[in-house]
Design a protein around this ligand. Structure first.
Ligand code: PEP
Ligand code: MN
Length: 303
């Protein structure tokens, strides 16, 4: 007699678990084709990878504006920044909250970069949706099902981080909760998983294999967060290049440029890269010199 285990699911179960987003159930997306998720001019799953960059957390108006301007000139397509931060300790900086959202919106308007920010609480979805162009569901909340439902109902595009200990099936099941609310504007984000050697020479393990695997199983675009995956600033560029070569549809990267009164970020300082490094990453991601040019703050593909 074979032992049966409750709750055990595998890739073969995907058509049942996520009929709305599985490639197998949606044959109109041919092999290799992705749904294009548009956030203003940024097109995830389009011709060019989308580079999102900005601070880990919004700390002040000056810091956010300065970083927003520098990532814009480095070639980023979108701005990131946390106003509500999920921190390990309640005594750590929790983000500026509503004030942070206002600062982010102002920085996004000035630089004309669409902005993504995390929503950590089901009660805050409506408020965050008023200020952000895209809502981020963080790794720690990937299976917060009421939050996924509410975020899906907001009608905003959703950046769904992979839980740090989530299988591909669980991740896609989470995306299905959003899709089930009639919202297919979902971008998946691999951000490193807990695997040996956790916190020895890097923060997490960047699972590059999941990029082609996710592309095979769903038509949703897949991006990579090399900042949280490595936790080491000097590893971010190599991880970014590797992700692009593995077929990632974009990157989300933490950047810091020192400003008066803030020499180091309040959170994730050791993984923040400078704008010059970001510019090299953006040029590689957009394949500068191979038919793309950066003109007036936007990337264009030449015919
Ligand atoms: C973040 O991007 O700010 C973040 C907290 O990421 P993650 O949820 O992947 O840890
Ligand atoms: Mn961070």
């Amino acid at each position: 007699m074979t032992m049966r285990i409750a709750g055990k699911v595998g890739l073969d179960d995907l058509p049942r678990i996520c009929p709305l987003i599985s490639r197998q159930n949606n044959p109109k997306f041919k092999a290799g084709e992705s749904l294009v998720v548009e956030v203003g001019p940024a097109k995830f799953g389009g011709e060019l990878p989308v580079v999102i960059a900005g601070p880990c957390a919004v700390e002040s108006e000056q810091q956010t504006l300065q970083i927003a301007r520098s990532v814009k000139s480095a070639g980023a397509d979108m701005l990131r920044g946390g106003a509500f931060k999920p921190r390990t300790s309640p005594h750590d900086f929790q983000g500026l909250g509503l004030e942070g959202l206002k600062i982010l919106r102002a920085a996004a308007n000035e630089t004309r970069l669409p902005v993504v920010t995390e929503v950590i609480d089901v009660r805050l979805v409506e408020t965050v949706a008023q200020y952000a162009d895209m809502l981020q569901i963080g790794s720690r909340n990937m299976q917060n099902f009421p939050l996924l439902v509410e975020a899906g109902r907001s009608g905003k595009p959703i950046l769904l981080k992979r839980g740090m200990a989530a299988s591909l099936v669980e991740w896609l099941g989470a995306a299905e909760y959003i899709a089930n609310e009639g919202n297919l504007n979902i971008v998946l984000c691999e951000r490193g998983i807990k695997a040996y050697p956790y916190y020895e020479y890097s923060r997490y393990t960047l699972d590059l294999n999941v990029i082609p695997a996710a592309h095979a199983e769903t038509f949703l675009p897949v991006i990579v967060d090399p900042s949280h995956a490595t936790g080491v600033a000097s590893m971010v560029e190599q991880a970014s290049r590797a992700a692009i070569e593995a077929g990632a549809d974009g990157l989300i990267i933490e950047v810091f440029s020192g400003c008066a009164g803030a020499e180091r970020p309040k959170c994730d300082a050791d993984q923040a890269i400078d704008p010059f490094t970001l510019s090299r990453i953006a040029r590689h991601a957009h394949r500068e010199g191979n038919g793309t040019v950066f003109v007036a703050g936007r990337w264009f593909r030449c015919a």
